[in-house]
Design a protein around this ligand. Structure first.
Ligand SMILES: [Zn+2]
Ligand SMILES: [Zn+2]
Length: 266
């Protein structure tokens, strides 16, 4: 845990930004809501468990129970809504939440399901190598994945009331190691445009280290909003990678969300 009041006796600027993306036992995290509530004094953060999640987050009733339980502990409460997969939530449920993160964890490409799990584990440093490198290096498949990513995001942002696009470039293409090549600039601009049009913030994701610097710089130049997301599943750790990513891309702190949506829930 970071010691309070560190450098120069002032407020550490790294502590000021609100961390929207944190899991608990209510989906695949290992920590209870009560323990999560105890760490908001370390840095401001909410909770945003997966929806859906088998046996735990199945429908509106589960989400509303989660919201009640977490809010009673003083937490800001979001969801990580599984883009392209999650069933729709009632508008009233979405409006009750403080924010909704939308994120892709798989795609259906021409009838074939493409899971992002192995690529994600590799980007998180949990795997030493990415076994499907050769498959995803195929130019035609990569192009279809990029097209499908835009389609699913485009279809979902407005319809599902998304406030934050979580780990937006995490996919098997990012695991190839050169995201500026895997995602041509025109594609990046299209994705950023979708976020701008829906007034959706772009997450700076600590766990996967995405999006890469050039993407964040483009998003800054185009006027995007941003959001900090550690994607913590266990113990809360410092936002070291996020701090470096924000500094490298010169992202202004006033463009970051602060634990609540900036437009009325849709
Ligand atoms: Zn995720
Ligand atoms: Zn997550």
């Amino acid at each position: 845990m970071r010691q309070p009041g560190g450098s120069a006796g002032g407020t550490d600027p790294r502590l000021a930004l609100f961390d929207h993306h944190i899991h608990s036992e209510r989906s695949d995290g290992t920590v209870s809501l009560a323990v999560r509530a105890s760490t908001v004094s370390v840095r401001p953060h909410g909770v945003s468990d997966h929806f859906p999640w088998p046996g735990k987050m199945r429908d509106d009733d589960d989400v509303l129970r989660y919201l009640d339980d977490a809010a009673r502990l003083g937490l800001r409460v979001g969801l990580e809504y599984d883009l392209g997969v999650a069933p729709p939530l009632r508008a009233t449920t979405r409006a009750s939440l403080h924010y909704v993160i939308g994120a892709l964890h798989q795609l259906e490409v021409d009838g074939v399901r493409v899971p992002f799990d192995e690529a994600g584990a590799f980007l998180k440093g949990k795997l030493a190598s990415f076994s499907e490198r050769e498959r995803f290096s195929d130019g035609a498949l990569a192009r279809r994945i990029r097209e499908r990513m835009l389609e699913v995001v485009r279809a979902s942002l407005d319809r599902d009331g998304i406030d934050i696009l979580g780990h937006s470039t995490m996919s098997p293409l990012a695991a190839l190691g050169d995201p500026e090549r895997a995602y041509p600039p025109e594609w990046q601009e299209q994705l950023i445009h979708l976020c701008l049009a829906a007034d959706v913030a772009i997450e700076v994701n600590e766990a996967y280290g995405v999006p890469h610097r050039e993407f964040l710089e483009r998003a800054r130049r185009m006027g995007a909003r941003f959001s900090v997301g550690s994607d913590t599943h266990g113990k809360l750790a410092p936002l070291d990678k996020t701090t470096a990513m924000i500094a490298a891309a010169s992202l202004p702190h006033e463009r970051f969300l602060a634990g609540e949506r900036v437009h009325a829930a849709r």
